[in-house]
Write a protein that binds this ligand. Structure first.
Ligand code: KG4
Length: 334
């Protein structure tokens, strides 16, 4: 079954063609350079750029897959959660395409597709497993009991991990998206130089990052007022360490209490080199299986949407022409 999938929830216009877990093509038009000028994604600009790019990106994905539109068996699209105007571009394009090809339309939840990035070209991962989903807009810990069955056991009570990276990076004068930049320049020299608080949260498996974010912004503000320089690579490494401390302690507390032997990590922040290395070490210590997406599938892309769509379709999740985009929706909506 060849599925053409569309992703437009934020600032990447992406289209892929997949067959089960195999990716036949994956085309992405990124808007990052344009949003950099503003230090973050401007929703109105994002919608406009999706509208301009989507037809060409779709044609490219079909061509790269070595097929024609008549070979497509279903159209899948990210319908929630995300920037509403951006999502609407993909949803409406997908509805028109499915109608014109007379094929089913499959709605895909964005966070489910991030988790599915772990299935791409990899037959080893099968539910049940525990997943740490860390992106720019969401941070959750969930049990994946089946391909379309999820139970949230924890999540951030304030900012997402990626948001904490991006906002503290901006305060350090680093360009958007700050998480990637911080990861590149962070040097592990001296964590005592900037004694940042260790984030805490009340819920057993919950996360909190806003206190850390505020502490970093205040520290920079105080240094600036005194005319003192900031050692940005060291501060970046300290923030990264603190974020990883929180993610790792809660995740492995859940692993131990719930008895999981398989862990997956997903979302844009799963590209973080420190997080990957430390989680790998923890899993090795416990003799656990760890799955992390290939780096090219950590951020937003349509291949992960196509792979999740295969399972959504198998579970009977097919939409009609009344499908609408939704800005917020939990992963266990259905
Ligand atoms: O999953 P994603 O592409 O978009 C959302 O669905 O939110 O995640 C984007 C987030 C941004 O906050 C970005 O800074 C962060 O992922 N990110 C990273 C790294 N690469 C991307 N954060 C830390 N280290 C990285 N290497």
């Amino acid at each position: 079954m060849k599925i053409l999938s569309i992703e437009s929830s934020c600032d990447e216009t992406a289209v892929a063609v997949c067959e089960g877990r195999r990716v036949l093509s994956s085309a992405v038009a990124t808007q990052v350079e344009e949003h950099k000028i503003y230090g973050g994604v401007v929703p109105e600009i994002a919608s406009r750029r999706h509208t301009e790019a989507i037809s060409a990106v779709c044609d490219k994905a079909v061509k790269d897959a070595g097929i024609t539109y008549s070979d497509i068996d279903a159209v899948a699209v990210t319908f929630a959660p995300g920037l509403i105007g951006a999502l609407l571009v993909g949803v409406n394009f997908a509805k028109g395409l499915a109608l014109s090809l007379s094929v089913p339309l499959i709605p895909v939840h964005h966070l489910r597709s991030h988790i599915a990035a772990n299935y791409i070209d990899n037959d080893a991962l099968k539910p049940p497993f525990l997943c740490l989903m860390v992106s720019g807009g969401n941070t959750i810990l969930c049990e994946v009991s089946d391909y379309t069955s999820f139970k949230i056991i924890g999540g951030t009570t304030d900012d997402a991990a990626g948001e904490c990276f991006d906002k503290t990076a901006r305060a350090m004068g680093l360009s958007y998206p700050g998480g990637i930049t911080m990861d590149k320049i962070a040097t592990k020299s001296d964590f005592t130089k900037y004694p940042l608080p260790v984030p805490k949260s009340a819920g057993e498996y919950d996360f909190s990052f806003s206190g850390l974010k505020t502490a970093v912004i205040n520290l920079i503000h105080n240094k600036n007022q005194k005319g003192e320089d900031i050692d940005v690579p060291v501060l970046a490494a300290t923030v990264r360490e603190r974020v990883c401390d929180m993610l790792i302690s809660k995740t492995f507390s859940a692993v131990e209490n719930l008895g999981y032997k398989t862990l997956a990590v997903a979302g844009g922040v799963s590209a973080n080199s420190e997080l990957r290395a430390r989680i790998e070490e923890e899993c090795k210590k416990r003799g656990m299986e760890l799955f992390v997406p290939q780096l090219k599938y950590c951020g937003d892309n349509a291949a992960m949407v196509g792979v999740q769509a295969f399972y959504e379709h198998a579970s009977g999740n097919v939409a009609g022409s009344g499908l609408n985009a939704t800005a917020t929706l939990p992963i266990d909506y259905r």
